[in-house]
Ligand binder design. Sequence first.
Ligand SMILES: [Zn+2]
Length: 315
Amino acid sequence: MSTDSYAAPDRPIGLTAPSGIDREAHNRLDEAWLAAAWSHPTTRVFVVSGGQALIDDTPDGRTELVMTPSFDAPLTETHRYFLGTDEDGVRYFALQKDSLPGRMDQSARAAGLREAGLLLSPRDAGLLVHAVALENWQRLHRFCSRCGERTVIAAAGHIRRCPACGAEHYPRTDPAVIMLVTDEEDRALLGRQVHWPEGRFSTLAGFVEPGESIEQSVRREVREEVGVSVGDVSYVASQPWPFPSSLMLGFMARATTSAIEVDGEEIHEARWFSRDDLRAAFESGDVLPPYGISIAARLIELWYGKPLPKPGDVV
Ligand SMILES: [Zn+2]
């Protein structure tokens, strides 16, 4: 099977479903517009803190972000992010605070994207991933990279300006490649990172380096981590991954060699799996099925041809 014959995954990749939110970037610099949007009675606000927000279960079995009208939210413009407007004209802001507010009822709880991304509606997941990405960028870019002066927030959270040298700094996104490598027998190469628990295997991944195309990056990372050469590289899909600021670019990659030599620094162990091998490894508990929101699970599933078992499933 050629890597070209893998179709796009039929299940949505976490954090990528259409959210129905128009980010309205053109309004971010209009302070009068932002003030009016903030004070509108239908506007909704949630607090983001340390990558987490409060989520709550509804009586009909859904999970949603805990949001309040803006008049209930403390107005701290320096930590106010405008996230956009939904199809009904409701506008959404996130407030970045040092801690989450007291819980409103017993079922509300703090959650990060890894948990909440699996539970929330596309709208709420889209709002949260935007807010968390902004918070991470703001936290790590408080000083001007040109002159070292402290920068100030602008554009409702989407720019930091330097009052000393006038530089404007925009949110950073760091491209990273994540790839499922297959060989001529259509076996998949999965690796275990040095710090992962026994039995946890997944796709290889790494950051794009300066001066590199993403295809070159895929080939270099695979060669560095497991000593395997890669020929054809096919793009599958991408995923925002703000931990703290990555954009994962997902690929299927075809190996031209099969001998494995792990680097021992990032990858502790790597193996070729046929589909039958992988199924048997799941059944025996030798390999833990991947789970969660990562595109890695979707790439493996795309090759495997059907949904992977969830941890704890009897296969
Ligand atoms: Zn500066």
